[in-house]
Design a protein around this ligand. Structure first.
Ligand code: FMN
Length: 197
C-alpha cells in the first residue's frame, strides 16, 4: 500500500503545498507511508521539453504506478490549475490514475474560483483514468498563511475539511479491519493535540 503526494506549485512558500503537507502529516500519523514529490524533484528539462522517455519521467511513472492513492495540490492560475502541474501530468501514462483514489487540493486568491478544481483539474484526472476522485479541498489565501520562517497557519474550518477528505482517502487504502484500530489511535492522538499545525 503506498500513497503519492504531488505538489504542483512553483512557489517556494506555497500555500497549496502547505495544505498538502497538512494532509500528509495526518496520513503519516495513521502509520500510512506517503511519498512526497514536488516540481523540483523532476528534472526541469523533462518538464519543459516533455522528455517522456527520459530517466526522470520514467521514475515518475514508476512511482505513480506503485501508488494506490494520489494527492495532488495546485494553486489556481488563470482560473485553472498550474501550467507546471500540467507539464508533470503530461509525462504520465495515458491511464496512469486508473484504479487509484485521487484527492485534489487547491489554493486560490478568490473564493469565486472554488470550481477551478471541478472544471479545470478533475477532467484531466478523469482523462488519465481516474474514476474515484474524492471531494477536493479548496482554500483561499485568507485561510492559509506561510510566514517568512516557513511556519504555516491554516484556518480551522479548512483543517476540518482537509481532515475529512484525508480520512475518506485512508478508508479507501487501509485494509478492512484496520479502520477500527486506526479510529482508536486517532482519538488518542487528537486528545493529545497531535493534529495542530
Ligand atoms: C500567475 C498567477 C495567476 C493567478 N490566477 C488566479 C486566479 O485566476 N484565480 C484565483 O483565485 N487566484 C489566482 N492567483 C492567486 C493564487 O492562486 C493564490 O495566491 C494561491 O494560493 C497560490 O498558491 P501557491 O502559494 O501554492 O502557489 C494567481 C496567482 C498567480 C501568481
Amino acid at each position: 500500500m503506498s500513497i503519492i503526494a504531488l505538489a504542483g506549485s512553483p512557489s517556494p512558500r506555497s500555500r497549496s503545498s502547505a495544505l498538502l503537507r497538512y494532509a500528509i502529516q495526518r496520513l503519516r500519523s495513521r502509520g500510512l507511508g506517503v511519498v512526497e514529490l514536488g516540481l523540483r524533484d523532476i528534472p526541469a528539462e523533462a518538464l519543459i521539453e516533455g522528455h517522456y522517455s527520459g530517466a526522470g519521467a520514467t521514475a515518475l511513472r514508476a512511482r505513480v504506478a506503485a501508488a494506490d492513492a494520489v494527492l495532488i495540490s495546485t494553486p489556481v492560475y488563470k482560473a485553472s490549475f498550474s501550467g507546471a502541474l500540467k507539464t508533470v501530468l503530461d509525462l504520465l501514462d495515458e491511464k496512469a490514475f486508473a484504479g487509484k483514489t485521487l484527492l485534489p487540493i487547491a489554493s486560490g486568491g478568490s473564493p469565486a474560483h472554488l470550481l477551478a478544481l471541478e472544471y479545470g483539474l478533475k477532467p484531466v484526472l478523469s482523462a488519465l483514468g481516474a474514476r474515484h476522485i474524492l471531494t477536493g479541498v479548496y482554500a483561499t489565501d485568507k485561510q492559509v498563511r506561510v510566514d517568512d520562517d516557513s511556519s504555516v497557519h491554516i484556518d480551522e474550518e479548512v483543517r476540518g475539511r482537509l481532515a475529512e477528505s484525508v480520512d475518506r482517502l485512508a478508508e479507501q487504502v487501509l485494509p478492512r479491519g484496520a479502520m477500527a484500530h486506526e479510529a482508536y489511535d486517532l482519538g488518542r492522538l487528537a486528545l493529545a493535540g497531535g493534529f495542530s499545525v
